[in-house]
Design a protein around this ligand. Sequence first.
Ligand code: SAJ
Length: 428
Amino acid sequence: LKAVVIGLGYVGLPMAVEMAQAGYRVHGIDIDAFKVTRLRAGDSYVIGIEDEIIQSLTQAGLFTAGTDYAAVTQADVIVICVPTPLTAAHQPDISYIAAAVDGMTPYLKEGSLVILESTTYPGTTEEHVKQPLEAATGWRVGEQFYVCYSPERVDPGSVNYGVKNTPKIIGGSTPACLSYGKEFYGSFLNEIVPVSSTTVAETAKLFENTFRSVNIALVNELTPACEQMGVNIWEVLDAAATKPFGYMPFYPGPGIGGHCIPIDPIYLSWAANRQGSDLQFITLADATNRQMPERVVQRAAALLEQAGTRVQGARVVLAGMAYKKDIDDLRESPALDVFRLLSAAGAEVVFTDPMVPVFRKDDGTVLQSQPAVPGLWAWADLVIITTDHSGFNYQEMADHAKLIFDTRNATAGCHGGHIVVLGQPDRS
Ligand code: SAJ
C-alpha cells in the first residue's frame, strides 16, 4: 500500500517512519523545502528519529520526501499532520489544514482514505476535510473515498511512549470510514481506540490537554498562596503524590510552553463558545498560566533589590530557554517571556541552554547560548533556572552563583548557595 504524510514535523515524520517500518511505501510532503532537502540527504531534524532510520528506509525505497502534492495520486492513505496554531487574536488557525486539503484535492484517488491527525476543534474534520472533498470531487464520503480523524499523541522527548505503543483514538465520518481507518492503523500500531464520530475523537484530544492546562494552573495559583502561608508547595505536592489512586502530579513553573498545552484548551473553549457555552475553567487556567512569567520577573526583581542590586543594569542569566526539560523546542516557551520582561526592565540578560544553541530576539538579533561554566554563574547578579535540563550542574551553579531563583525546584539536592525556590518560603 502507498501512503502520503502531509506535514513532516515532530508529528508527521515519526508517523511516516512508523508506517514505512511497517512496510508501507511512504511519501512525505512538506511545504518547507529545507526539511525535504535534509530528509533527502538522510538528515533527521526530529528528536528520536535517527539519521540512520531515514537513510535505511530511503535506501529500501520505503520513504521519499517532496514538496509537490501530485504524489497524492499514488496514495491509498493520506495522513495530514500540519500545525494548528492560534491567530494573533488568540483564535484557532486552521489555515494549514485548509491548505493541505486544497493542495491534495486535485490529486485524490478514488477509494483512498484521508486521515486528519492535527489537534483541532470539534467539527473541523466534517467541515474542513469531508465537506470540501465531497464538493470538489462530487463523491460521497464512505463510498468513493473515506475520512477519519485520529489525534496525534506524541510526547516530545519521551523514551517510554512513541507512535507505536501509544493507544490511538480514531473516529470516522461513516462506519465504513472507521473500519478502514481501524484496519490501517491496526496494521502497525499496538492499540486502536475506535469512537463513534470524528467529533468525539477531536474533543477527546482537546480534553486530554485541557486537563493538563487546568491542573498546571491550579498548582501555579496555589504557589504564591503557599509562599505566603509559609508552606513549601513542593513538599505538599510530593506528599500528595504518594496517593496511589485518584491523583496525578503537576508542578508549578514559570508558565506553560509548547504547541499543545497553551493552545489546545483555546480550541476547545472557542468551539464551546460558538455553541453558546462559556468554559470558565479554561479561561481562568489560561490567564493564570500566562501570568506566571510576570510573577517570576516580579519575584526576581524583589530578590535583586533585597540583594542591593537594581534591576536596571542587573546581570541576569536564564538557565534554560526551551519550554520544558531536555528538549530543544522554544515554541511558546515561558523563558522567552521572562527574557523579554527582564530586558524591558533594563536588566542585562543572557541565557544558557544545552539544547538551544541560539535564539532570535524580537528585534531580530540572534543570541548565542553562553557556556554553562562557573564563570558564567559568578558573573551574574541573579541566575534564574527557567528550564530544569538534566545537562546543568546545579551544585556547581550553587557553589558559584551569588543568588539563584529556581522556578523548577531543580536544586532540591544541592547544598550551600543562596537559593530561592518558586513556591518555597524564602529560606534565607
Ligand atoms: N508544565 C508545568 N507543570 C507541569 C507540567 C508541565 O509547568 O506539571 C509545563 C511544562 O514545563 C511546559 C508545558 O507545561 O512548558 C507543557 O508541558 P507538557 O508536559 O504538557 O509538555 P508538552 O507540551 O510536550 O505536552 C505533550 C503533550 N502531548 C500531546 O499533546 C500530543 C501532552 O498531551 C502530554 O501529556 C505531555 O507531552 C507529557 O505527558 O509530557
